[in-house]
Ligand binder design. Structure first.
Ligand SMILES: Nc1ncnc2c1ncn2[C@@H]1O[C@H](COP(=O)(O)OP(=O)(O)OP(=O)(O)O)[C@@H](O)[C@H]1O
Length: 714
């Protein structure tokens, strides 16, 4: 067997595994060490941008299987997004074949937890048919819970919205803090506004409200038999730590983008690696940009304590960018002060690519001039490239979404096709959520957010008031709202006033018909077809939505997704002596795949022919020949004003300003290192903020280095 494996290593696969592009033997050896380091020892690979991290990871997995004869089902590979998991899967198929790849536990931390919790969740008090509650649904729940506090909060001059509370809850969960833990005792640590910061007692009032909402949010989730994204990780940790036999299959865990793992994810990695103590992590501390999601850059140091004999290697060859882009990016990242907990790991970057055109830094009077220049320059470069460049080769990377409006306008005026990456995601679209809500209810009758959404779509005359009465009556009776309306429909429970019986009849019939089809084994794709027909969804869209045809196409796309999701689903191993708590149904697999589908997972045809506009966060892991980074100014890079309303920035307020500055410096570094051949940084001397023009200075990240490094300045 081992010989066979070695033989196959001598084939074309060997070349892939050991392929090194650099002519330098030393670099080749370092790369090779990353791949061939003994699989029974832990390893940290610190790799700069564009150094081929995915390639090293996939090659290492292939090497473990082909050379060391490891069982593919004993390997766990964790990626940051589903898109990255699919990319890794596709590359691995070429190296080790589809059958082996299907055995590898490959996916995001969330997907891996969901896989095991479905089967063995009862061991940690879960019902296996839980529904995954996405961030939009979490926000709806919190919005409802926040309402009763409105008067109290405004009387204390505390301004807080559901999005901020969701961020706070998520932060607390990612640190393992329960509602009781965040109840105020002595000194409050949670600050919501300037007014709150100025008064300790107001602070405590706010924290109490936060703790109560957090507690009620948890209750709502449990009652709805649902888990939010943070719960998936927390229950995963509980499952693997309390019942190590569920992780005993794991001989080696490999984690990509390790710099962006948070404390719970790190714990999860440790639990899964508990039996073998073998983990390979790949990451770049300089690209850690998710501090606001509680990513913990100190995990690298923790791993050195927790995994004895961990080796560390650095990949410093950059295969992506021209020399001058790398030089400038390095200058940005290495000028900074020391990191709070550890000093920056001295890591350099080099490339065999030529120096290329110098990065360009341009200043404009206003953002309109800046946007017009970007549009003009894109057209100019395409015209001059003689067909070498297309719109898809350009990206405009923004510090935050609000800047995009002016840029989009300018591109539109020049007739430049563009797309917003990570904007309104496919699974966040109303028509998709409507459809999923019905199917979620069929799978889990307790899931209240789905009930609240589906009951009046298409309109059945059940407004907010009637819905409120249904929900509160169901709560009093201790049953789900769906059960309540079914019983009212069947005259088991008396009707409400004004009567809802007639109004809910068609709804109950639809749910029952879908339920019976699902029980008979109807595939999700057919279930969706049946649903939209039963509720006359196309007619409803035609009547209510001007862009009904696009929305209807999205439903067709969902049907396509449904047919793929069920055939590709991986499986959790059967643990000896343990009966899985619940068999996965195709419907459940499909719903799970939909809920865990993350930003950038879906792409449309023709996307390659459009200029990409993206936040720097959404650009992580991507690359383009030409990159523009506008608004490189103080007030954007870095940014820490308190009067902005963007959710992400609100979350940033919870972080210490110097940590924030470092995090945003890394963000600019990530943006610059997305460029392959040309990089443009632009800034304006005035920018409109909340309707008022404010003067702007060049970002300190650039002003400090611009005379020492090669930059074209106009
Ligand atoms: N060994 C190699 N030889 C030649 N090109 C390579 C090699 N490895 C990777 N590349 C190319 O370099 C580019 C960067 O690779 P990749 O995106 O995997 O890097 P990365 O380490 O994930 O970068 P980042 O962290 O910045 O997202 C890609 O275009 C890839 O095809």
């Amino acid at each position: 067997m081992a010989e066979d494996l070695l033989k196959s290593l001598n084939s074309a696969q060997t070349r892939c595994v050991f392929q090194v592009a650099s002519c330098s033997i030393i670099r080749a050896l370092i790369y090779r060490t990353g791949v061939t380091h003994r699989p029974d020892f832990p390893l940290q690979i610190l790799a700069g941008p564009g150094s081929g991290k995915t390639k090293v990871l996939t090659s290492r997995i292939a090497y473990m299987i082909l050379h060391h004869g490891m069982d593919p089902s004993s390997i766990c590979a964790v990626t940051f997004t589903n898109k990255a998991a699919n990319e890794m899967r596709a590359r691995l198929v070429k190296l080790i074949g589809k059958d082996s790849v299907n055995k590898v536990k490959l996916g995001t931390f969330h997907a891996i937890c969901a896989l095991f919790l479905r089967k063995y969740g009862t061991s940690v008090g879960l019902d296996g048919n839980f529904t995954i509650c996405d961030s939009d649904e979490s926000k709806r729940i919190v919005t409802k819970l926040l309402k009763p506090y409105d008067d109290f909060l405004s009387s204390k001059d505390i301004q807080v919205n559901a999005a901020t509370l969701c961020s706070l809850i998520s932060r607390a969960k990612s640190k393992g803090e329960t509602p009781e833990d965040v109840m105020p005792r002595k000194e409050s640590r949670y600050v919501s506004s300037k007014a709150a910061a100025s008064s300790k007692s107001t602070n405590e009032e706010f924290q109490r409200v936060f703790a109560e909402i957090y507690r009620d949010y948890e209750k709502t989730l449990r009652k709805s038999n649902s888990l939010d994204f943070d719960d998936l990780l927390l229950f995963g940790v509980r499952l693997f730590s309390q019942h190590p036999r569920y992780a005993a299959w794991c001989q080696h865990i490999l984690v990509d983008e390790f710099q962006d793992t948070n404390a719970v994810q790190y714990k999860l990695m440790c639990c899964i690696a508990d039996a073998s103590r073998c983990a390979t992590v790949v990451g770049d501390p300089d690209q850690s940009i998710y501090g606001w999601r509680s990513a913990d850059i100190t995990n690298l140091g923790k791993m050195q304590n927790d995994f004895p004999n961990v080796a560390q290697i650095m990949l410093e060859q950059n295969y992506r960018s021209a020399g001058s882009i790398l030089a400038m990016s390095l200058a940005i990242i290495s000028q900074g002060e020391l990191y709070r907990h550890t000093s920056r790991i001295a890591k350099t970057l080099h490339t065999d690519h030529p120096l290329g055109p110098l990065p360009m830094l341009r200043s404009f009077p206003t953002e309109h001039d800046e946007a017009a220049f970007i549009a003009w320059e894109i057209n100019r470069m395409i015209a001059q490239s003689g067909g070498m460049l297309g719109f898809g080769d350009f990206a405009v990377l923004l510090r935050f979404n609000a800047i995009s409006r002016t840029i989009e306008n300018a591109l539109r005026m020049e007739g430049i096709p563009n797309r917003m990456l990570g904007g309104h995601q496919f699974f966040e679209r109303a028509e998709i959520k409507d459809t999923l809500a019905y199917l979620q209810l069929v799978d889990n009758p307790h899931f209240e957010p789905a009930f609240s959404r589906a009951i009046n779509i298409p309109p059945r005359g059940i407004g907010d008031k009637s819905l409120g009465e249904i929900l509160s009556r169901a709560q009093k009776l201790g049953i789900s709202p769906l059960t309540l309306v079914e019983r009212i429909n069947d005259s088991i429970i008396p009707d409400l006033k004004p009567s809802v019986k007639r109004k809910v009849q068609s709804f109950v019939n639809v749910i029952r018909s879908l339920r019976s089809s699902a029980t008979d084994g109807m595939e999700p794709a057919q279930l969706i077809g049946k649903l939209v027909e039963l509720i006359g969804y196309q007619e409803y869209l035609k009547k209510s939505q001007p862009d009904w045809d696009t929305r209807w196409e999205n439903i067709q796309e969902l049907i396509n997704f449904a047919s793929d999701a069920t055939t590709d689903a991986p499986n959790a191993p059967v643990v000896d002596g343990d009966e899985p708590s619940l068999q996965d149904t195709p419907l459940r697999q499909f719903l799970q795949a939909s809920m865990l589908s993350s930003a950038g997972d879906q792409s449309n045809e023709n996307d390659d022919e459009k200029v990409s506009i993206a936040t720097c966060h959404a650009a992580k892991g991507l690359e383009w020949p030409v990159v523009f980074v506008p608004a490189v100014e103080h007030g954007t890079f870095p940014f820490y004003r308190s009067d902005d309303i963007h959710e992400e920035r609100q979350a940033y307020h919870l972080i210490h300003p110097s940590a924030l500055t470092r995090s945003i410096r890394r963000l600019l570094y990530v943006a610059c290192t997305r460029a392959q051949t040309s990089l443009y940084l632009t800034h304006t001397s005035k920018r409109k903020v909340a309707g008022v023009f404010k003067s702007r200075d060049l970002s300190e990240f650039i002003s400090k280095i611009r005379y020492n490094y090669p930059v074209r300045y106009f």
